[in-house]
Ligand binder design. Structure first.
Ligand code: HAM
Length: 423
C-alpha cells in the first residue's frame, strides 16, 4: 500500500516554504508596528471550549471538528479556529491583569473537516489578531486597518472589504423575532438546513448558498435597520474612522458570519480570482465571549486570515534569491572530505551558506551538483591542495578562478561577500 497524505492536507515543499516564510515575516513585521504581541496556544483543546466559544449551532461545531477521546476518556479537539483558545489563554494566564487592553496575534494551523477544494483545506493556516479589553469603535478601525495593511504591503490589489453590524444582545433579540416572523410563512420553501436555523439562529439563513433560500433572504428585513442607538453610533464611528484612513469598504447588511460570538462590527475581505472560496479573512467584535468563557465582561475584537488563500492570490516567484549556497566545497578523497568537514563548519560559523559532498562523488558530478544548487562559488580540495595549503576558488557564473589559502576563512569569506574573485 502506498502511504499518502490525509485528504485536505498539503505538504509545503522546499521552494514553497520560502514563500510561507516571507509571508510570515511580513505578518510579524506589521504586527510589531501595530504593537501586537505573539501568542502560541496548543494545537488541541478540550472540546467544550469550542462548543461554548465557537457556538453549538455553528457548522464548525456541528460538522467540522476533529474530535477524539484521549486515553483518559477526555474529549479533545484540534483547534478549528484561534479565537476561543486565545481567550482561554488570556483568562487562564490572567493576561488582562497588567494591561486593560491586550493586543495579541497568532500564526497557526487550524483543522476543519470540510469538503476540500481550491482554497479550502482540512488543515489550513491562519494568522489572526485579538484585541481584548476595549469597547471603543476606534480599535475596530485599528484591527481592520492592520488587516488591510498586510494585504497592501504584499502588493495585493482588487480586494473588497465588506462591513456590517449585527448589533448587540439586546437589539439582535428583537430583530431575530422580526426575521422569524418574516420567515414563518415561508418555512416550507426553505432548505432543511435553513429550517433548522430558523428555530436556532435565523440570521445564519443569510449564509445559505441555495437559490431558493437566497431569493427569500433577498427580501428579508436586515439588522442594520434595527440597531439600537448605541450600536448605530458604534457602527457610524467605525465607518467614519475607516473613511478617515482612506480605507474603502462596502456595507453589506446580509453579512452575518458563521460563528456565534459576534456582536456589532463584522467584516470580511474578499480576494480576486479565488472562486467560491473568496474570503481572505473574516472577523469582528465579540463583546460577550470573554464572559461566556468564564471571565468578567470584557469587550474584544479581532480577525483571522487564511494563508493558503492569500498565497494563491500572490503571484510570486518560487525561489527566493537567498536560497542558494554561497559556496560548494568539492572534496576529492576521504582526507580532503575530512578537511572539508572542518572547514565548512568554520565557514558556516562565519556566516556563509555552504554545502559539500556526502556521497563520495567524482569531481565532475560534484561540480554538476554545485551548478544544480546554483552555488555562487566552488572550492576544490584534493590531495594536491592538502599538501600545498592552497586551493582554487571558482566563481561559478563567470568561471573566474583565484588561488586562496584554504585555511584563511576570513579571506575566503571576504572574497565571496565581495562577489568577485579578482576584487
Ligand atoms: P473564519 O471566517 O472562520 O473566522 O476564518 C477566517 C479565515 O480563515 C477565512 O476567511 C479563510 O480565509 C480561512 N479559512 C477558513 N476555513 C478554511 C479552510 N477550510 N481552508 C482554508 N482557509 C480557511 C475565524 O476563524 C475567526 N476566529 C476570526 C476571528 C478572530 N474573529 C474574531 N477574531
Amino acid at each position: 500500500m502506498k502511504l499518502k497524505r490525509v485528504k485536505g492536507t498539503k505538504d509545503i515543499l522546499p521552494g514553497e516554504v520560502e514563500r510561507w516564510r516571507r509571508l510570515e515575516e511580513k505578518i510579524r513585521e506589521v504586527m510589531a508596528r501595530y504593537n501586537y504581541r505573539e501568542i502560541r496556544t496548543p494545537i488541541f483543546e478540550f472540546t467544550e471550549l469550542f462548543a461554548k466559544g465557537t457556538g453549538q449551532d455553528t457548522d464548525i461545531v456541528t460538522k467540522e471538528m476533529y474530535t477524539f477521546l484521549d486515553k483518559g476518556g477526555r474529549s479533545l479537539t484540534l483547534s478549528p479556529e484561534g479565537t476561543p483558545p486565545v481567550i482561554r489563554a488570556y483568562l487562564e494566564n490572567n493576561l488582562g491583569r497588567r494591561s486593560p487592553l491586550k493586543k495579541l496575534f497568532y500564526i497557526a494551523p487550524m483543522f476543519r473537516q470540510e469538503n476540500p477544494q481550491a482554497g479550502r483545506l482540512r488543515q489550513f493556516h491562519q494568522y489572526g489578531v485579538e484585541a481584548i479589553g476595549s469597547p471603543q469603535p476606534q480599535i475596530d478601525v485599528e484591527v481592520i486597518s492592520l488587516c488591510v495593511d498586510i494585504y497592501q504591503e504584499l502588493g495585493l490589489d482588487g480586494l473588497e472589504l465588506k462591513l456590517n453590524s449585527i448589533g448587540c444582545r439586546d437589539c439582535r433579540a428583537s430583530y431575530r423575532t422580526k426575521l422569524r416572523n418574516y420567515l414563518a410563512d415561508k418555512a416550507d420553501e426553505l432548505c432543511a438546513e435553513c429550517q433548522r436555523r430558523l428555530t436556532r439562529n435565523p440570521l445564519r439563513c443569510f449564509d445559505c448558498k441555495k437559490e431558493g433560500c437566497k431569493l427569500i433572504m433577498k427580501e428579508a428585513p436586515v439588522i442594520l435597520d434595527d440597531l439600537c442607538e448605541r450600536c448605530r453610533e458604534h457602527f457610524q464611528t467605525v465607518k467614519e474612522g475607516l473613511s478617515d484612513l482612506g480605507i474603502s469598504f462596502k456595507v453589506d447588511p446580509t453579512l452575518v458570519r458563521g460563528l456565534d460570538y459576534y456582536t456589532r462590527t463584522v467584516f470580511e475581505v474578499l480576494g480576486p480570482g479565488l472562486g467560491a472560496q473568496d474570503a481572505l479573512c473574516g472577523g469582528g467584535r465579540y463583546d460577550d465571549l470573554v464572559e461566556e468563557l468564564g471571565g468578567v465582561p470584557t469587550p474584544a475584537v479581532g480577525f483571522a486570515a487564511g494563508m493558503e488563500r492569500l498565497l494563491l492570490c500572490l503571484n510570486e516567484k518560487e525561489n527566493s534569491p537567498n536560497s542558494r549556497p554561497d559556496l560548494f566545497l568539492i572534496s576529492l578523497g576521504l582526507q580532503a572530505q575530512r578537511l572539508c568537514l572542518r572547514l565548512i563548519r568554520k565557514l558556516r560559523k562565519a556566516g556563509l551558506r555552504c554545502e559539500m559532498d556526502f556521497l563520495g562523488r567524482s569531481l565532475k558530478s560534484q561540480l554538476r551538483e554545485a551548478n544544480r544548487e546554483r552555488a555562487s562559488f566552488a572550492l576544490v580540495i584534493g590531495d594536491r591542495e592538502l599538501e600545498t595549503g592552497e586551493a582554487n576558488l571558482k566563481e561559478m557564473e563567470s568561471g573566474q578562478e583565484l588561488k586562496v589559502n584554504w585555511a584563511d576563512i576570513e579571506g575566503i569569506c571576504s572574497r565571496i561577500r565581495g562577489k568577485d574573485v579578482n576584487s
